[in-house]
Design a protein around this ligand. Sequence first.
Ligand SMILES: [Zn+2]
Length: 293
Amino acid sequence: MAPSTTKDYFRFPYLTEGEWEEVLSNLSAAEDAASVRIMRVIECLFERPDHKLNAKAIGRTIGVAYQRLNVDIGMFGRHLHNLYGRPSRIPPLGESGELRPWNIVFDGEDLISGGQTPFYWRIKPEMESAIESLQLFRRNRSPAKHDISTVDEVKNAADTAEFEGWDRLAMLKARVNHGKFRSKVLKARKACQICGLKTKQLLIASHIKPWAKSDPSEKTDIDNALLLCPTHDALFDMGFISFADDGKILLSAELSEEDLRLMNIDKSFMLEIPDGMRKYITYHRENIFRGQL
Ligand SMILES: [Zn+2]
C-alpha cells in the first residue's frame, strides 16, 4: 500500500476565536435538529486526536447519513457568511470558482492513500480554542463544581422533571454562560493563582462565593472568581483553604504538613486581592472555610 501523503490542505481562517465562542454558545443552546447534528459533528471531530475525520466516518459514528451532514455543514457555512461576512472575508472558492461554504466551518484535507482519496474535515484552530475556552465537550471535570459538564448532559438533565419550562431554558443559559465566564476569567488571569500552572485545559474558573448563592450580577462578576488548577480548586471549593483580608492563605487543621507539601501549598502564600474581590473572599472565609478563624 502506498504511503499516505497529503494532497491538499484547505486552511481558511474565517471567524476569530471570539466569534467562534459566540457562535458555539448559541449553537450549543439551540435545540433544532440541524443545530444538534452540527454540534455532534463538531464534537465527533474534536474528540479525534488530530481533530479530523471524513464525513462518512462521522456519519457512521453519530448515525446520520453523510449526505445530510454535507448539506448541514454547507448551509451552516452560508449562514455564518451571512452573519459575519464582510469585504475582507472572501469565502474560499473551488477550482471552478464555485463557493465552498463548508470551508467557512472547517479546514479540509484531501489524502491519497492506497488509491483512495478520502476527504477530511478538520477543526479550525480558532474553533478549537473557542471549544476549549467554553469547555464544551469536557467529560471529566471536578464533580464538586461541574456536576453537569457538557451541553448534552445539560440537555439530559434538563429533560428530567426537575427542570421544566422556563427553568429549563434558564438553566441551559446559565451553563452556557458559565463557559463565557470561564473564558473571561482565563483571559484575565492566565494561570493558577496559587501555583502558576498554565495548561489552559486544566484550569478552572472557580466562583469564590458559590454560584448557587450568588445573585445574577455576582454570578458573572469576574472579581467573584479565582482561576485555579484542579488540586487548588478542590481545596478552595471544599473550604480546606481560604484567605485573610490581606491575602494571607488560611489552612484547615485537617491538612497534614505532608499533604500540604504534596499539594504544593506554601504556608506563607499571599493572594493578590483586588478591592472588588474582598467581599467575596470574606464570604468564603466566613461560610465555606472549614478551619478556625
Ligand atoms: Zn494550582
